[in-house]
Design a protein around this ligand. Structure first.
Ligand SMILES: *Cc1c(COP(=O)(O)O)cnc(C)c1O
Length: 494
């Protein structure tokens, strides 16, 4: 498999090189030259385990690792570290299938990719004769940071630096990060929002002075953000697996269509669903759900992407994003894999903060439905789900569920629908409890955790108990402009 850039045609890399680099040298994103066909048959392969399914899909996209390595990575990443024997369990509730992607160590769907990425990354370094140490540089809207830290902590030959918006993540998210163990880890809050953090990280990737200073000290940047194909590919797996699950449990017949609803921020998770569909998975609609930061909803309804707007901090912070980086890949594909056109639109985005696609491109978006749920609709949905079926959804999952409900009301489309359930409700307990039982809500997030547990009968996850009395290991805060200095300090680079 060859990877090319979304912005110029003369770039071509093997998968492991693309994993290592994270982002193409021209600032574009890596895209597979050709999307492979589904390597399984839903009728005969419905009984595949998650790990078998993962192996079959990922070996196609990341073929230069070799089957033996891939098999061992899959075994190590998806066996012991998930609290469910199926890795991804499903719950049928209120006429939808909740695909629970949060049974990994950090209780958010980011673990699905970040538990395996460190294996891809370290093997890529040795496959490509890299002797420098990999410095993972990451901006997080809350969940990526912890999941990346959990994946990379104490992995030899790597360092990891995480920037998060100091006042833009939940208390549980922040505590999970600032208590991270491992000498190779560094967590820094910034005065600004997620987009500031993401921009700062992108600038450091392109900063030649900084990169050469790092190089002379034996370091090299790489990215664990969702733009890395090593993040994207593992996410394709669970959409295929969800289809097999519905066949296995008799909910659909092989070949039947399904719809998929995804709570969306950086457009990584739903892009993986798009790739699964391009591989031939019978997905009819890709339902892209935004929160009050509805830049994607506006894009799907008008054909114009415009980041010049107010930024809101919401109860679903991992979706509080105005520049959805992975959308660039979709733009490239709907432009007919035209990198010139894509580069031009991305230039407009960088220069004036907006761009519009032409009608030909818009026609190729027909498999998408964009919707949004504001704070009230999200809270209402959490309550409705709980009252109708006893299902406790976190705020992000509720956004998707709310948009799916609206889609069904609007269209009457009763196609079986899978909802990507992206976080444990305990990670966002205050908002969840407030929605279900406002009279039980209190200020202290940990008492909300206990209240939610008492009300729902669900057990408090051990990961939450561990951070009740935290030992804080990271307390640095900086302005976006001084992010490079913070990096130099941590690495001891002048
Ligand atoms: C990251 C995240 C999302 C958004 O996923 P994207 O790939 O950025 O679109 C949704 N929900 C949760 C809980 C997340 O952590």
């Amino acid at each position: 498999m060859i990877y090319r850039s979304t912005r110029s045609s003369d770039i071509s890399f093997r998968p492991s090189e693309a994993v290592l680099k994270g982002i193409a040298p021209d600032g574009g994103l890596f895209v597979p030259e050709k999307i492979p066909a589904l390597p399984l048959d839903p009728a005969g392969d419905a009984e595949l385990t998650y790990r078998e399914c993962a192996f079959r899909i990922m070996r196609l996209f990341l073929d230069d690792y070799g089957d033996e390595r891939m098999k061992s990575f899959v075994e190590k990443a998806y066996s012991g570290n998930f609290d469910s024997t199926d890795t991804v369990p499903f719950r049928k509730a209120d006429n939808a299938f909740f695909m629970e992607l949060w049974h990994g160590p950090t209780m958010a769907f980011k673990d699905m990719a970040l538990q395996i990425l460190p294996y891809f990354m370290t093997a890529a370094a040795s496959l490509n004769g890299e002797s420098t140490e990999t410095v993972i540089l990451t901006a997080t809207s809350g969940d990526t940071g912890k999941a990346a830290l959990a994946g990379f902590a104490d992995v030899p030959g790597t360092r990891i630096i995480v920037f998060y918006p100091k006042n833009g993540v939940s208390l549980v998210q922040e505590r999970q990060m600032i208590t991270q163990k491992g000498d190779n880890t560094c967590v820094i809050g910034i005065h600004g929002n997620f987009d500031d953090a993401q921009r700062g990280v992108k600038e450091m990737f392109g900063d030649e002075t900084l990169n050469s200073a790092l190089g002379s000290s034996g370091f090299r940047f790489s990215s664990a953000n969702s733009i890395n194909i090593g993040r994207l590919v593992p996410q394709i797996v669970y959409y295929v697996y969800s289809y097999l699950h519905l066949v296995k449990t008799g909910e659909i017949k092989p070949g039947d269509g399904i719809n998929v609803a995804v709570p969306t921020g950086n457009f990584g998770n739903i892009l993986a669903a798009y790739y699964a569909r391009e591989m031939g998975l019978p997905v009819k609609k890709l339902i892209c759900a935004s929160n009050k930061n509805r830049v994607l909803y506006d894009f799907f309804s008008t054909g114009t992407y415009d980041r010049n707007r107010e930024f809101y901090v919401t109860s679903s912070p991992s979706m509080d994003i105005l520049v959805s980086s992975n959308l660039e890949r979709l733009i490239f594909h709907i432009a007919g894999n035209d990198c010139g056109k894509c580069a031009d639109l991305m230039k407009q985005l960088a220069e004036k903060g907006s761009y519009s696609i032409d009608s030909g491109m818009e026609e190729r978006l027909s498999m998408f439905y964009g919707g949004f749920a504001d704070e009230e609709a999200t809270s209402e949905e959490i309550k409705t789900l709980y009252n109708n079926s006893g299902y406790v959804a976190d705020t992000h999952t509720a956004v998707a569920s709310s948009v799916l409900r609206k889609y069904r009301e609007e269209t009457g489309d009763g196609t079986p629908a899978v909802i990507a359930s992206t976080a444990s409700p305990f990670k966002f307990a205050p908002a969840v409890l407030k929605a279900i039982a406002p009279e039980k809500y209190v200020e202290d997030p940990f008492r909300c955790v206990d209240g939610l547990s008492a009300l729902s009968g669900l057990k408090v996850p051990p990961q939450i108990d561990e951070i009740r009395d935290p030992v804080i290991r990271h307390d640095k805060v900086c302005d976006p402009g001084t992010m490079p200095d913070a990096v130099r300090t941590f690495l001891g680079v002048k």
